[in-house]
Write a protein that binds this ligand. Structure first.
Ligand SMILES: CC(=O)N[C@H]1[C@@H](OP(=O)(O)O)O[C@H](CO)[C@@H](O)[C@@H]1O
Ligand SMILES: [Mg+2]
Length: 548
């Protein structure tokens, strides 16, 4: 049927006529390759209108082939305001299936002339999926970037090319759109829509909150929250209004300024500095930080010496892991229930050691990027996965839930409610924050007591812009370069010179044309020096290209 409808692209969404949200004409030449990376397409917003049209179409094709709701999220997360991006969310709320990433890359790289033929070829390859089945719908959401509205129009135009239903959900956090897509496809899971999201999280929070002791000595409900001047500000305020009185006392900061400017989880994690706007926050008070689309969360507090103590994704993972592990042990489910903690190469060495030595959990290391973590986690009855940068969650199987339902103990109740509270579909800063706060309350811990679980190995990260990141190839665990081999030799030598506690690696980013240098050592000064030394060596390779 689709072949009866001509593929006519509105001129402003072609490469030739590509026009940005300020009505400026920004033609896009053929030749520069685009690729669907770990976070979809991420570019300067000027380049995205033609991409959004094509991705809108691809999402509609995915909706037609699955007969389900598919999400299109328009965001560039922690990147600057002038950037934007798009990723497709699959029916289970997960990242797009891998073969579809290839279709996305091919469609976007086609010239204007090739595009209609590419569309026809894809339709044929996928056996001409029916038009207009009831379940197939594209739902679109966006963060607060100024370019988001025009990009939504482009996605709508593409999605409705063959008359697939399209729904604009407006401003949402990335995890909220994942939740909305999941619930549309799994009606029994919980209440639908954004309001449903708040209801589900607030009610679940209250269930556990009501059972926890209110006579606390160390935990305090006061919390300063850096919203990265992003979508998390308005959404967390809405959620907070629905929480029980006195449960949390959030002091909102960085709500309406320039998105991600000198604030947000990425900057705090990489720079180890408090965000702008926190100058008047007293030392030792608990502070939490979202990123621009509220799918990452880290904590910190200011110390007397002017530094901050950072509690990153690893510390959040270990707090949650401790809670789960202790509950599973007390229920005698340790053998029956498979349980894991999944990390990446960026996990702090001391967090990995603590997992193994103190909690008795064997850590699993997978390549960077949520889809790798999520896929690994899904192999267990229950798994906690977190990237050091603060993106993560807990996944669990139906069997896990059934095992817990067999017991009417308090411990089983707590684990069941905690598991429903955390967004099992994707890392979610708002849901993770609620989970962390309840666990701290459960242990009656101050942020200092949480930080004291283990001391981070001093570490340093540096980004280096390169000509072609594909020239850098690593082993599967991403901790060694296979290519350029001579650079790996230099890294090995540098690490050896810094002593036993040193660890370092260079890895190409999957989202930007950069490589990242990561180093750990016995002292901060050593970690800084090691990273700088490796960065200098890497710099000599920055013009390499993947064909040479
Ligand atoms: C070291 C680091 O933080 N890498 C981030 C970053 O990936 P890169 O492939 O390193 O650019 O963006 C990804 C998507 O947001 C995120 O999943 C990942 O953890
Ligand atoms: Mg993000």
């Amino acid at each position: 049927m689709a072949d009866l409808i001509p593929v006519v692209v509105p001129p402003q969404f072609t490469r030739e006529g590509n026009t940005n949200h300020l009505h400026e004409h920004k033609p896009i030449l053929v030749g520069r390759p685009y690729s669907y990376g770990t976070a979809g397409f991420r570019e300067h917003a000027d380049q995205l209108p033609f991409i959004l049209y094509r991705i809108g179409y691809l999402a509609s094709l995915r909706a037609r082939t699955t007969g389900k709701a598919i999400g299109v999220m328009i965001t560039a997360s922690h990147n600057p305001e002038q950037d934007n991006g798009v990723k497709i969310i699959d029916p289970d709320g997960e990242m797009l299936a891998e073969e579809w990433e290839t279709y996305a890359t091919e469609l976007v790289n086609a010239s204007d002339e090739e595009f209609p033929t590419a569309v026809r070829a894809l339709e044929t390859q996928l056996n001409d999926p029916p038009l207009g089945s009831t379940g197939s719908i594209v739902v679109c959401g966006r963060d607060t970037r100024a370019s988001g509205q025009l990009l939504t129009q482009a996605a709508r135009a593409g999605a409705t090319l063959f008359r697939t239903q399209f729904e604009d959900r407006g401003l949402v956090t990335t995890p909220q759109l994942h939740y909305i897509v999941y619930v549309l496809n799994h009606a029994s899971f919980g209440p639908a829509g954004e309001e449903g999201y708040y209801r589900h999280h607030a009610l679940t929070f209250k269930e556990l909150f009501d059972k926890l002791s209110k006579s606390l000595t160390n935990y305090t409900p006061k919390l300063h929250l850096d919203c990265a001047n992003g979508i998390g500000a308005q959404k967390m305020r809405k959620l907070e209004r629905k929480l029980p009185n006195g449960a949390l006392n959030i002091h909102f900061r960085n709500e309406t300024g320039v998105l991600n400017h000198e604030c947000g989880a990425d900057i705090v994690k990489i720079s180890h500095k408090a965000p702008a706007g926190f100058e008047d926050v007293p030392v030792n008070e608990r502070c939490a930080v979202f990123d621009g689309d509220a799918d990452r969360l880290v904590y910190f507090y200011k110390k007397e010496d002017g530094q901050i103590e950072l509690l990153d994704g690893d510390k959040i993972a270990l707090l949650i892991a401790k809670f789960y592990k202790e509950h599973l042990s007390s229920l005698g489910l340790e053998d029956e229930c498979t349980f894991a903690c999944v990390q990446t190469a960026y996990a702090n060495g001391n967090s990995t050691r603590y997992l193994e030595e103190e909690l008795g959990i064997t850590p699993i290391c997978v390549p960077t990027g949520v889809k790798h973590l999520h896929h690994e986690a899904a192999k267990y009855d229950c798994a906690i996965y977190f990237e050091a940068n603060g993106h993560g969650t807990v996944t669990y199987s139906d069997r896990f839930y059934e095992l817990l339902e067999r017991s009417d103990s308090e411990a089983a109740f707590r684990l069941r409610v905690m598991s429903r509270l955390i967004n099992k579909i994707v890392g979610d800063a708002m849901a993770d924050l609620l989970a962390v706060e309840l666990i701290l309350r459960h242990y009656d811990w101050s942020v200092q007591e949480w930080a004291a679980m283990y001391e981070d190995a001093p570490n340093k990260q540096i980004k280096i812009t390169v000509f072609d990141r594909a020239a850098f190839i690593t082993t599967k665990d991403e901790q060694k370069l296979i290519q350029p081999g001579s650079l790996q030799v230099l890294i090995d030598e540098a690490v050896k010179r810094r002593g036993e506690k040193a660890r370092a690696f260079v890895r190409p980013s999957g989202t930007e044309n950069i490589v990242r240098v990561y180093a750990e050592a016995a002292s901060q000064a050593d970690a800084d020096l090691l990273a700088a030394e490796i960065a200098r060596a890497t710099d000599d390779y920055k013009d390499c290209d993947s064909d040479s």
